[in-house]
Design a protein around this ligand. Structure first.
Ligand code: NDP
Length: 487
């Protein structure tokens, strides 16, 4: 009897996904490379441990592993992103039959997935690159799964992937087909970028409450728990309340003992790099990534903090007023971040002919993943409207929300700046918003400077668009223009 699916890579994600599949009634073959000299390998430990009594068969020989799976085979790879996936594919290829499906569930770069889909298809196989979000807990109990690649593979993998996906509150699985090539991994990358942004925004809200209002951890936990009952209801807000309440074995609050240097594994950085490649603003996520980089320069900050002492006034702020302003800043900045993120998805969809369904993506993120929240419902509704908005913030519902939030948001940013307290993501979002709604920007000056020193040419407000002019600014320049291409 052959199994329904194979899974390679028994680290935290692979183990839990295999258990999830078995619990949904699938027969699973699992394989992990064995380290020579180690008697009891990962596979043996898993099969005799957490997988005991479940419909999971362990293999330490790759040929036997592949043979054990029913054709067309579905083999999910949960190994370290990067060259490990290519090495594993090369090891699997000789054992596969035509039409077999490889599924990469790791955090692969979408350009690698573009390449792997083409390579697998050239060999007569199929390839699905899927983002999986939700960490260990999601892998075991229901993740948000974002598959893309060889489209003919979707009907084959759909029953298994949807069964192990989280279900949104209306019961729909948080796993739908994303599109061709590396689109699934691109969408997962932007999901992670948005996660960076959300985390930075929550951290700033915490910082203002702590530093300008002088609230203690218990009081702050209550505010986050309260926000979690309203429009900001989301996994990250919920865990923030739990984190603030958490005491470690010494009896003190753990949050106060954690070093203020934030790590990163690259998906935030990739989001920003790819937004830049597409010529799209993604300032909030960029700020979140750069703030993590600055946080790591702890020694430099220590030195600098002795030379420039930030001065706080002794002002006593009205707690309920300021908490409302912090809420406005957090919610409005979050809207800006999602608007920027979805605009990048739309641009990628147009540039690569992926035909992404933004409403479906928003719905897929409502459960299982780290950025799950109820306001993704409102985003999906906005993208489903007959009159598709040009930009998320211009959808009637969000336009109205922004109008209500603006006053508290700008007040909070201004107050924090006066108090010399950094709120880089709140202010980045506010500056983006003001730029977005400005019919005129000082880019005319930039164009003039570019033309002055580099003959890059400019369009004129008193001539038809698309015609480029060069001015002889100094009287001794030439008439030759530079090319007017944009990169
Ligand atoms: P790791 O990213 O730590 O990967 C470890 C696994 O990869 C082990 O099974 C390891 O085998 C295997 N591996 C490493 N190099 C090779 C190789 N050259 N050939 C074959 N196998 C290899 O484990 P995770 O479970 O954390 O993550 C798996 C994937 O899922 C990664 O791409 C990760 O980015 C992604 N992911 C992780 C999440 C998380 O919360 N951890 C959430 C969502 C996605 P061995 O035991 O022999 O070393």
């Amino acid at each position: 009897n052959k199994t329904d699916i194979g899974l390679v890579g028994l680290a935290v994600m692979g183990e839990n996904l295999a258990l999830n599949m078995a619990d949904r009634g699938w027969n699973v073959s699992v394989y992990n490379r064995t380290v020579p000299g180690v008697e009891e390998g990962v596979v043996v430990r898993f099969v005799n441990g957490r997988a005991k009594g479940k419909s999971i068969e362990g293999y330490t020989d790759i040929a036997e592993f592949v043979t054990s799976i029913a054709t067309p085979r579905k083999i999910m790879m949960m190994v370290r992103a990067g060259s490990a996936v290519d090495e594993l594919m090369e090891q699997l290829f000789p054992h596969l039959s035509e039409g077999d499906i490889l599924i990469d569930g790791g955090n692969s770069n979408y350009e690698d997935t573009n390449r792997r889909v083409a390579l697998a298809e050239k060999k007569g196989f199929r390839f699905v690159g899927t983002g999986v979000s939700g960490g260990e807990e999601g892998a075991l109990n229901g993740a948000s799964i974002m598959p893309g690649g060889s489209e003919s593979a979707w009907p084959e993998v759909k029953p298994i992937l949807q069964s192990i996906a989280a279900k949104a509150s209306d019961g729909t699985p948080c796993c739908q087909w994303i599109g061709p090539a590396g689109s699934g991994h691109f969408v997962k990358m932007i999901h992670n970028g948005i996660e960076y942004g959300d985390m930075q925004l929550i951290a700033e809200a915490y910082w203002v409450m702590k530093n300008l209002l002088g609230l203690d951890n218990g009081q702050m936990a209550e505010i986050f728990a309260d926000w979690n009952e309203g429009k900001l209801r989301s996994y990250l807000i919920e865990i923030t309340a739990n984190i603030l309440r958490h005491k470690d074995r010494s009896g003190g609050y753990l949050i106060d003992k954690i070093l203020d240097t934030a790590g990163q594994k690259g998906t935030g950085k990739w989001s920003v790099i790819n937004a830049m490649e597409l010529g799209m603003p993604l300032g909030l996520i960029a700020t979140a990534v750069f703030e993590r980089s600055l946080s790591v320069q702890k020694g430099l900050r220590e030195t600098a903090s002795k030379q420039f002492v930030c001065r706080r006034s002794q002002a006593v702020y009205n707690k309920s007023e300021m908490v409302k302003d912090i809420y406005s800043a957090l919610y409005a900045s979050k809207l800006v971040s999602y608007a920027q993120g979805f605009a990048v998805l739309q641009r990628a969809s147009d540039a690569f002919a992926w035909n992404l369904d933004l409403a479906s993506i928003a719905r897929m993120w409502r459960g299982g993943c780290i950025i799950r929240s109820i306001f993704l419902n409102d985003i999906a509704t906005a993208f489903e409207a007959k009159d598709k908005p040009k930009h998320l913030l211009l959808a009637p519902y969000f336009k109205n929300e922004m109008q209500l939030l603006l006053s508290g948001w700008k007040h909070l940013v201004a107050q924090s700046m006066k108090e010399e307290l950094p709120v880089p993501a709140f202010s980045s979002a506010l500056n983006y918003f003001y730029s977005l709604v400005s019919v005129k920007l000082p880019a005319n000056m930039i164009q003039a400077q570019r033309d002055y020193f580099g003959a890059h040419a400019f369009e004129r407000t008193d001539e038809l668009r698309g015609q480029f002019f060069h001015e002889n600014w100094t009287g001794h320049g030439g008439d030759t223009k530079s090319g007017t291409y944009n990169v």
